[in-house]
Structure formats: C-alpha cells, structure tokens
Design a protein around this ligand. Structure first.
Ligand code: ATP
Length: 608
C-alpha cells in the first residue's frame, strides 16, 4: 500500500468514527535511502570501524586546534602521557583484565596523543603526519580487530539486537535485554519478562531459543536471577560445552581452608565451589567414575592451604595418595597404621575440645598456627573391613570433629551400612559428591534418603569425573565435572606445595604427647606402644607396626651409610615433617644420627 493511499484511507475511517489501523505487509519494504542504509551499516560495524573513527576524529580535532590553539601541543602531549600511564596502572579497574590489554590501550593513547600534539603544532597535513597516521593506524588496528573477546562481544551484541524478533518468534513478546556479559565459555544475559510471563514459560521454550539463537543443542540454560524476581531470568549460552572433554586442573583456587574450593565447572560453566571448613565429606560412585580424580583436586587445593594439616588413609597400599606424600603429614597404608591414625585424631579432637573449653571458645578457627586437621580416607569400605575397630574412632570424629576442625573426607563406591562399618558416620557428612552409580537406589545411599525422587539422577551421569554435589550451598541437582590432574601435575603440585605445609599445632602435639606418656593401665583401649623405644622392645611385645616402631626398626637395621629419609617416609607411611620431627627427637636423645645429607641410622645399631 502506498503512503498517500494509506493517508486517504485513514481520513475516510475517521470520518466514519473508526480508529485507523496500520497494516504492515511484510512484502512491502520502506523506501530506504542510501544514507539510511549506509548509516545502519556504519552502526552495525561500529566496533570494527572504531580505528577509522578514531583516526578521523583525531585528524578533525588536530585541524581545529591547529587553526585555533596551535600553542596547546605541549599540554596535549602531557595529557597523553598521563592517560597512558593511568591505563597501565589502573586499567584493571576499567575492565582491562590482561596486562597485554592495558599495554595496548596505553600504546594507542600515547600514539594518538603524540600525533594530535604534532598535528596541532604543525597541521594535520604536515609531512610525514598523514603517512604516519595511515601506516601506524593500520598496525595499531590489527590487535583490535583480532581481539577474541571484542569479537565475541560484538557477536553477542548483534544477537541481542535481534532479541525483539527472536522473542516474537518464540512467543516471548515484550521481554527485553537488561545486561550481557561475555566469558570464556560463551555469554550470559539478564532479561526482563513482559507482564504475566514467567521463567517456566522461558524454560519451556529452550529448544526454540536454541534454534532462534543458532546454538548447538543443549547450549542454552535458563536460571532465575540472583535477586529471584519472578519477572526476570538469566540466559546462559555456551559456545563451548564445558563438559565435552576432560578439563585440565587450572591450579589451586584457595590458599586457606576458609575459602571455597573449586572442584570443576557445572554444565553452565559456573564453578562448583564448596566450603570444607569444619565439614565432613562423602564421595561415592561406581568404580572408574572419578572418585580418585576428585580426591586429587581436593589434595591439590588442600595442600595449598596454609591452615590445614592433611592426614590420609589409603588402604590400596598408598596407590592413590602416595604421590601426595610430600604434602601429607601422616599417611596410613595398612590397617594398623589407619587405626593408630584415627585414634590419634580422636586424641587431638579431645585435646582441642579441652583447650577450647579452657579458653571459653566454641569453635576452632583454622589459622596457620592452629590448622584444621583434614583426614582423607580413600575406599572407606576397606577400612571398615580390615580395621573394624577403627570405625568407632571415625564415628567419634564424625560426631564431634566439626567444632574442633578435625574433619573426615571419605570416598567409597557404595556407602551401605556394611561398607560404613555399621557406624553413624554417613549421617554426619555435610558435603556429598555422587559420581556415576550403577543402581538408582545408590543415589539415596550417597546423597541421602529421598534424593533420587527429588531429581538427583546420578545414575544418568555419562562420563568419568561428572558428579552431583549436595551441600548446604548446593541444594539443586546440577551436573558438574571435576578437573582432571595428570600424574605429572600431581607430582609437580605436590613438590611445589610441600613448602607451604603447616606443622600440627602445639595444642594437638601436646595432646598426642600426653597420650603417649600416659601409662597403659590408665588407657581406655588396648594401647599401641608408640614410643621411639618400641622397636628395641619388639621381642618383648612392643608394637613394631606403629610408625614410631617401624622408624626405629629401620634406623636400627640401617647399614653404615644410613637410610634415606624417603625410605623412612615410605616405610612409616608418615609425612616428611613427622619423620624429621621424630629424627630430631632421637638425635637429641643421642639414639640416632645423620650419617650424610638426608641419610640416618641408629647410633648403636641393634639387630631388628
Ligand atoms: N574429572 C575427570 N575428567 C575426565 N576423566 C576422568 C576424570 N576423573 C577420572 N577420569 C577418568 O576415569 C578413570 C577412572 O577414574 P578414577 O580412578 O578416579 O575412578 P574411581 O572412581 O576412583 O575408581 P575406583 O573406585 O576403581 O578407584 C581415570 O583413569 C580417568 O581416565
């Protein structure tokens, strides 16, 4: 319909008391003039054209200043220097996250300022200023055109500019874009909904949204906004599926156990972070589902915490945790060592509880002087099988350990009552990670009663390392995938983090010492003779399997050139600091000596 005809029709309708209605036939196009089209093109490609725009503006400003204030050039040069140095120093606050971005912005600011100053003093056409502008401009524009995040941002801006059409096409007319952010995995945007629309309407339209946005299937997630307003939603669009491949561990996310540990990304690429301070954890899943993998992530982070001492029990003869031995203060690899370790942990728990009571405090706040004690147990079922008497100590830690920051993290395939030693530990676990399970009912075993029917479908997890996390801060079933540490990453991290390991605090050490000094008759349970002299008394009934006994046998049976520290650590299953501490004690008593660097033996060797 022609415009003149439309106006005539409207006049006729008004004459008959009717409201004019505009009918736009999609086949008709408005007569766009060239200028409009060109203006639209300029606007659409404004980001790519920014270097030309900047060059044009610089030429114009220099021309005006040359004609009006040519004497201003020193001020322009000085201003450019100030702007360039502030971009280097403060650019991070302006969103220039990387150093290279700040250096680039400063270089551009300096180049533009210098050219403007020269153009103002001499005129923009003074040779070789035009050539400099042309060649310099092209050289400086290349990083801008190539910048990955800028290109991603432009792509998203264009998609969002088309939102009115997209929303109309999928039946969400009236919804509007509020903000958008681009990140490594894709982008996220916040939207306002039209009256009466709800987030459920949007969720129902996810496949249509994926098609309209041109993403791959499963790339769109819809969440409520953090303010939980019913008329808003957050859209997450993934360019890369974060769970498509194994995700290399990026390094520790914490330096203190008071901070949340990042275990790996959720499907929407947000990090699955969990607080472990004064909490116990249970990790369950079928064999090969990735439990040891997440233990490595935990070890990588916990070993970076200067306020957590790590003890560990690995009854697969240290297969999983031995690589971390440099960071583990005490490692038990057989049932006797495991029982002794848990008994000592209870002693520490009680010592700390007494100390807290005496100082009028309720909880143990981990610091590097008073660290948390985290006990990692790989394959808890084996502990229950092989050291059943240790289960009551584990239960005791489960019940009473939180307040004093003596914490257990146990991994097992199926935490049945039998596998958990018929103890009450499972019910004490605050953080639960479920990897793939074979049977649906195992979901409730790991995550708690009723979780399967509440939608926690761990039996559908389809790749190793994928898990569901249940914790006070994670109350909806969301799939995450744990980072993967290669063997090389484990050994590099373990040797790097060993320097940060804190020793056990004075309160705990004194509690252990007091327990050792106590006569047998006063002990509630059959004791282990763990004093350094135990080895000497082996033939008289001493416990040669306690770490102290093993250490002494090793020293006593050492050849003249001594035995290396590494062997002592492996044989006792204890950490470097524990072995050093004991050796120093024995040296002070003149019962052991250092033969050469890192090699020790007993001063008067006795046959084992
Ligand atoms: N986060 C992960 N990402 C990718 N692959 C993984 C991940 N975790 C584990 N895997 C792969 O799965 C294999 C088995 O993992 P892992 O040994 O951790 O399982 P598990 O549950 O501890 O098994 P088991 O109970 O037999 O000890 C690993 O060798 C590794 O190749």
């Amino acid at each position: 319909m022609r415009p003149r005809q439309m106006r005539r029709n409207a006049r006729r309708m008004r004459r008959y008391g009717m409201q004019p209605m505009v009918v736009i036939n999609s086949g008709d196009s408005l007569p766009d003039v060239f200028a409009v089209l060109f203006g639209r093109w300029l606007w659409r490609y404004r980001s790519e054209l920014a270097p030309f725009t900047l060059a044009m503006v610089t030429v114009l400003v220099s021309l005006v200043l040359h004609l009006t204030h040519p004497q201003w050039w020193p001020w322009l040069l000085a201003s450019a220097t100030v702007v360039a140095s502030s971009l280097v120093g403060l650019g991070q606050r302006m969103g220039l996250v990387r150093r290279s971005e700040r250096v680039y912005a400063a270089t551009v600011a300096m180049a533009v300022g210098a050219w403007l100053a020269a153009g103002t003093a001499l005129g923009p056409s003074f040779r070789p200023l035009p050539q400099l502008l042309l060649y310099g401009g092209v050289v400086l524009a290349v990083p801008w055109w190539a910048h990955r995040r800028r290109r991603a941002r432009v792509r998203v801006e264009r998609k969002l500019a088309a939102w009115p059409e997209i929303s109309a096409a999928i039946g969400l007319n009236g919804s509007r874009v509020m903000s958008a952010v681009v990140d490594v995995w894709g982008w996220r945007a916040r939207f306002g909904l039209a009256r009466g629309q709800t987030i459920q309407d949007v969720t129902a339209k996810i496949p249509a949204l994926e098609s309209a946005l041109g993403t791959f299937r499963g790339a769109v997630r819809v969440h409520p906004t953090p303010d939980d307003k019913a008329n808003r939603f957050e859209l997450r669009v993934l360019d890369i599926d974060p769970h498509a491949d194994a995700i290399p561990w990026p390094g520790p996310s914490v330096s203190s156990i008071t901070e949340p540990i990042d275990l790996g990304p959720f499907e929407d690429a947000t990090p699955a972070q969990v607080h472990l301070k004064r909490r116990h954890g249970l990790i369950g899943g079928a064999t090969g589902s990735g439990k040891s993998g997440v233990i490595n992530v935990l070890m990588g982070n916990l070993s970076a915490c200067t306020d957590a001492v790590i003890w560990a029990i690995d009854l697969k003869r240290g297969m999983e945790l031995q690589p971390w031995s440099a960071c583990i203060d005490r490692l038990a690899t057989n049932p006797e060592q495991a029982s002794a370790l848990l008994r000592d942990a209870v002693t520490i728990l009680e010592g700390r509880a007494e100390w807290l009571a005496a100082h009028g405090q309720r909880v143990w706040e981990p610091t590097s002087d008073m660290p948390a004690l985290v006990i990692l147990i790989d394959e808890y079922a084996e502990l229950a099988d092989e050291a059943p008497d240790a289960i009551s100590d584990a239960d005791s830690i489960g019940r009473r350990g939180r307040a004093v920051a003596v914490q257990l993290i146990a991994a097992t395939q199926r935490p049945t009552q039998k596998a958990m030693g018929r103890g009450a530990l499972r019910s004490q676990m605050d953080v639960r990670l479920s990897f793939r399970v074979r049977e649906r009912r195992d979901v409730d075993l790991i995550l708690g009663q009723g979780m399967l029917s509440a939608g926690w479908h761990a039996h559908t997890l389809n790749a190793p390392g994928k898990f569901l996390i249940s914790a006070p801060e994670h109350d909806t079933p969301r799939r995450a995938r744990a980072y993967l540490l290669t063997d090389e990453a484990v050994s590099a991290t373990a040797s790097q983090h060993t320097v940060w390991r804190p020793p056990l605090d004075e309160v705990s050490r004194r509690a252990l010492q007091a327990e050792r000094d106590q006569p047998r008759s006063q002990r509630a349970e059959p004791p282990v003779d763990a004093s350094p002299g135990a080895g000497e008394r082996q033939g008289q009934g001493g416990d040669d399997k306690a770490p102290e006994g093993v250490l002494w046998s090793m020293l006593a049976g050492a050849p003249d050139e001594g035995v290396p520290i590494a062997h002592l650590m492996t044989a006792t299953g204890m950490g470097r600091s524990w072995v050093y501490y004991r050796l120093q004690e024995l040296a002070a008593e003149r019962r052991a000596c250092q033969v050469s660097r890192g090699r020790w033996r007993a001063t008067q060797p006795t046959e084992p």
